[in-house]
Design a protein around this ligand. Structure first.
Ligand SMILES: Cc1cc2nc3c(=O)[nH]c(=O)nc-3n(C[C@H](O)[C@H](O)[C@H](O)COP(=O)(O)OP(=O)(O)OC[C@H]3O[C@@H](n4cnc5c(N)ncnc54)[C@H](O)[C@@H]3O)c2cc1C
Length: 340
């Protein structure tokens, strides 16, 4: 029995190697053999290693969000604020020690590069660095449902914020959709969402930052108290100091979003349409997003077809409101008609 299962599994793996290779699989001999082998094996590697690992990681993250929310609810507001104050003091103490020791190594957050969602590759986090741990600072400190603000520590993720805010019909004004991105990462990096044509970038929803600088001094920064630092923190990528909490504006959400797809057929048409829609002021769709596809799914008749002729001749789709998802055929390929 086991042998039969293993044989079937092996047959599936071999099949995916050949079926997944596709017409572009045979790379030029100029590439090293290791690279060509990896390219040839990409489909089984994705199917049998990457996707299961991603799934397990997703489950782990969901569990962390759920158990974190329970732990926070059990602790109570005072205990959360006391833990926050203690964590800030621990960072101040580490920076004071670093200064006293003659500033050995460059200051970095201890978050490993693999955990980060940034598209940059890790750049020597382990070489000549003095790491400050901020991962334990992952509490939502306060949600003001009437004043529409949330105060959170930097390692709180977008998934955790969604979990905490959505049941109350609330969301960040610029609520980045990727669950593992942290609020500290988008505050010190950069944050944008599909409603940014209406409400602006993430930094435009920030009301206050709490930051510890390299000297170990704690700053409570608003645009009135310290405009220079307030406007320097976004895009600073950690160079301004260590963010230890942030207060941002919330918006009320509706229970549903009506989604409308509108296909366009060229980069020019896509650009013109996106520009026109984003400039409609109050009447602009709340969310506006474009996806680039090399094939087409009709939003009305739901036909999926890789045939370019079918794709471009489909006339079902008409534009209405809210979210526009613009499909564009970037590299038209005339393929045999194969709807499914
Ligand atoms: C697949 C993918 C999809 C994405 N989609 C979106 C999207 O829809 N919208 C969007 O806006 N962005 C998007 N991004 C980009 C992502 O939001 C940014 O790269 C973001 O900065 C990553 O945040 P992070 O939590 O991983 O932070 P990190 O990468 O850990 O940090 C980002 C920067 O901020 C600094 N930093 C982090 N925490 C602190 C702190 N406490 N104090 C001081 N400095 C700190 C880090 O040193 C680093 O320079 C996407 C990225 C990927 C890979």
């Amino acid at each position: 029995m086991l042998l039969a299962v293993l044989t079937c599994f092996l047959a599936v793996v071999v099949f995916t190697i050949f079926a997944g290779a596709g017409p572009n699989a045979s790379l030029s001999k100029e590439f090293p053999w290791q690279f060509r082998l990896a390219a040839a094996l990409r489909t089984p590697v994705l199917m049998f290693i990457v996707i299961p690992l991603s799934y397990i990681q997703g489950l782990r993250r969901n569990y962390r969000t759920w158990s974190g929310a329970r732990a926070r609810a059990a602790l109570g507001d005072d205990a959360i604020m006391a833990k926050h104050a203690a964590d800030v003091q621990a960072i101040v103490a580490k920076l004071t020690a670093w200064n006293k020791a003659g500033r050995p190594g460059k200051l970095r957050t201890a978050r490993p590069s693999w955990a980060s969602m940034s598209t940059k590759l890790g750049s020597g986090k382990d070489v000549d660095t003095y790491k400050i741990e901020i991962r334990q600072m992952n509490s939502i400190l306060r949600v003001d449902k009437e004043g529409l603000t949330v105060t959170a520590e930097p390692s709180v993720t977008m998934g955790e914020l969604t979990h905490a805010l959505m049941p109350h019909g609330l969301a960040l004004q610029t609520h980045v959709e990727m669950e593992s991105i942290t609020i500290g990462g988008i505050a010190c990096g950069f944050g944008i969402e599909t409603n940014s044509h209406k409400v602006g970038l993430f930094q435009e929803s920030v009301l206050a930052y709490e930051m510890v600088d390299a000297n170990g001094k704690v700053h409570h920064v608003t645009k009135d108290s310290d405009p220079e630092l307030f406007y320097a923190i976004p895009w600073s990528c950690g160079t301004a100091g260590f963010l230890v909490s942030i207060k941002v504006r919330l918006v009320r959400t509706k229970p549903f979003v009506r989604v409308r797809y509108e296909p366009t057929r060229s980069p020019e048409e896509l650009t013109a349409r996106m520009t026109a829609l984003s400039k409609m002021g109050d009447k602009a769709p709340v969310f506006l997003e474009a996806s680039l596809r090399t094939c087409c799914t009709c939003c009305t008749c739901d036909t999926y077809c890789t045939c370019y002729t079918c794709c471009t001749s489909c006339t079902c789709c008409t534009y209405c409101t809210y979210e526009l998802h613009v499909y564009m055929t970037t590299t038209p390929r005339l393929l045999p008609c194969s709807p499914f």
